[in-house]
Each structure stands twice: as structure tokens, then as C-alpha cells.
Design a protein. Structure first.
Length: 320
């Protein structure tokens, strides 16, 4: 590391190196863990369930991990980075990070009491755009940092109120209470300027929050995947039942060759056909297309099969 900044190893006091490693390496490890967790969540969110909770969680974790890397002194020294550029990058990320957290909260808890969570989400987006422009062009950091702290504190308290609400009955939300409380205390103390120790404990609070959010999102994803599997099994059963009501083979007539092909647009559909053969040279053919698609149309087609079968017993006259 010393060679990268143009100094000989002997010119750097050993205690300084140890202090830098003692402070920088743990944060670097936390950033690597958070980044891996975030990328994993994004990949999982791209599976067939398309779970938006995992997507918001992944974006939240990746942005936070990138900011930890950008703020890490070891990384800055190793690559010889411009600290001013890294500082601006970290500031931009600080304004953006709350957006996916608010998005996750809205996806998990809904729009909130009187659309409060949804309002917080849109306020974060609007503030990030204004604050980034102000920090970049006007160099106005005092009010933007103050407004950012207010939004973070307000949003954190808002989520806590919804999660600890007596009306909350979802077990996955209840499991988020204590991780959210621990992380919220650390974040709130950090944002109001009352750290518990000289070492920044916010990454520890974020890890606690990430574990709780990850458990909640994973549980929701598993339940959603299970429901999708059950629906697919029910559709497969419906498809088999519908196939069983279609004629197994076309009737044979001496003067007519009949071939059939049936391919529904969805798993089950309202398309239906049947035959009534009343003699060697007479045949009734029914072709029906029920309005709509899916299970409702298939049910109507099944009722049509029953009516047509009943007609077969009553009327043996041919209709071609």
C-alpha cells in the first residue's frame, strides 16, 4: 500500500498502518458482505416470481455497499483516488440510498396510513434529484444534509409505527420488529449527531436491518413461489379434466374423413368441439368458442359438454 502512494514502507509508522487496517478492513469486509447479499437478492428477484421485495432489497444493499467502498480509506489509498471525487460520490449515494428502502417499505407495508409511506417514497425521489443538483452546482450542503436527516428520521419512525402497529398480523412483518428497532436506534443516533462510540456503528445497524429485511423478503418470496406452484398444479388438473371431455377420436364415416387438432391459447380455455353420429351417413358437429379465456371459459365449456350429451339422448336426428 505504501508503494502505491509513493512512500517507502519504512517511512510509515507501524502504528499508523495498524490503525488504518484496524479501522478500514472491518468496513471493507462489511461492504463485501452487503454487496454479495445485494447482488444475490437482485438475481433471485429475476426468477419467475419476479418478487419486487427482493429487487428493492438488492438495490438498497448494493448502493449501501458501494458507498462503504467509496468511503473506505484503504480503498482510496490503494487506487490513489481523488478524495474530493470520492466525497461527492459518497454524498450522491447518501441521497439515493433511502429511495429503495422507502420502496421496500411501500411494497411490504402498502401505501400506509393516509398514503404516508407512498408520500415518503416520492419525497425521497424528489429530494434526491434536488439535493444532488444543489450539492453539485451550488455547493449547498448544509440544508441538504439537514433535510436528508429529517427525511431519514421521519421515514424510519414512520416504518416503526407501521411495523409495531397492533393492526399488523403478518408474521413476516412482525419478525422485522426487533432488527428494525436496533438498526433504527443506531441510524437515528448517527443522524442526530449522538454516536455511541468513536467508531461508526451505522454499518452494524445496517447489517442487522439487512438480515431482518432479507428474512422477511425471503419468506414472502417462498410463500409466493408456493402459491404459484399450487396454482400451476390446479391448472394442470383443470387442463387434464378439460382434455378428458373432448372426443378421444373423430367419428368414421364412409364418405367423410375427419381430423381434429386442439391447442388452447392458455393452460385452459373455452374452446370446445364434439360429435354426435346418428348413422352411417349422418353426423352432428358442435364447435364452440366461449367468450374470454382461462378457467371461467373452461367451466362454461364443461357445462356445454353436459348439455350436448343430454341432447344426444333426446334427439338422434342429424344436423350437418
Amino acid at each position: 500500500m505504501a508503494a502505491l502512494i509513493g512512500l517507502s514502507p519504512s517511512s510509515i509508522p507501524l502504528e499508523v498502518v495498524r490503525s488504518a487496517l484496524r479501522i478500514g478492513l472491518p468496513f471493507f469486509a462489511v461492504a463485501a458482505i452487503v454487496l454479495a447479499a445485494g447482488l444475490t437478492s437482485i438475481v433471485l428477484s429475476r426468477l419467475r416470481s419476479r418478487d419486487r421485495l427482493l429487487r428493492w432489497l438488492g438495490i438498497f444493499a448494493v448502493l449501501y455497499a458501494v458507498r462503504l467502498f467509496v468511503q473506505n480509506g484503504l480503498l482510496q489509498t490503494a487506487i490513489g483516488a481523488d478524495r474530493e471525487v470520492f466525497g461527492v460520490t459518497a454524498l450522491v449515494l447518501t441521497y439515493i440510498i433511502p429511495i429503495p428502502y422507502a420502496g421496500f417499505s411501500r411494497e411490504l407495508l402498502g401505501t400506509g396510513w393516509k398514503n404516508s409511506i407512498s408520500l415518503w417514497f416520492h419525497l425521497q425521489i424528489a429530494f434526491a434529484a434536488i439535493a444532488i443538483a444543489a450539492a453539485e452546482f451550488a455547493n449547498q450542503l448544509r440544508w441538504t444534509n439537514l433535510a436528508n436527516n429529517i427525511l431519514i428520521i421521519g421515514g424510519t419512525l414512520l416504518v416503526l409505527l407501521h411495523v409495531f402497529s397492533r393492526a399488523t398480523v403478518d408474521a413476516s412483518i412482525k419478525s422485522l420488529r426487533w432488527p428494525l428497532l436496533v438498526s433504527s436506534v443506531l441510524v437515528l443516533l448517527n443522524n442526530i449527531g449522538l454516536p455511541l462510540t468513536r467508531v461508526d456503528l451505522e454499518p452494524l445497524g445496517f447489517l442487522t436491518l439487512l438480515a431482518g429485511l432479507g428474512y422477511t423478503a425471503s419468506r414472502r418470496a417462498v410463500l409466493r413461489e408456493r402459491k404459484l406452484t399450487e396454482v400451476e398444479q390446479e391448472l394442470a388438473t383443470a387442463r387434464n379434466i378439460q382434455s378428458s371431455i373432448l372426443p378421444r377420436a373423430a367419428p368414421r364415416l364412409s364418405a367423410l374423413n375427419i381430423a381434429t387438432y386442439y391447442q388452447p391459447m392458455t393452460a385452459v380455455a373455452g374452446d370446445f368441439y364434439d360429435f354426435i353420429q346418428t348413422g352411417e351417413r349422418s353426423l352432428t358437429i358442435l364447435v364452440a368458442d366461449v367468450s374470454g379465456h382461462g378457467v371461467p371459459a373452461a367451466l362454461v365449456a364443461s357445462m356445454l359438454k353436459i348439455c350436448f350429451a343430454a341432447q344426444r339422448d333426446q334427439d338422434r336426428k342429424s344436423v350437418v
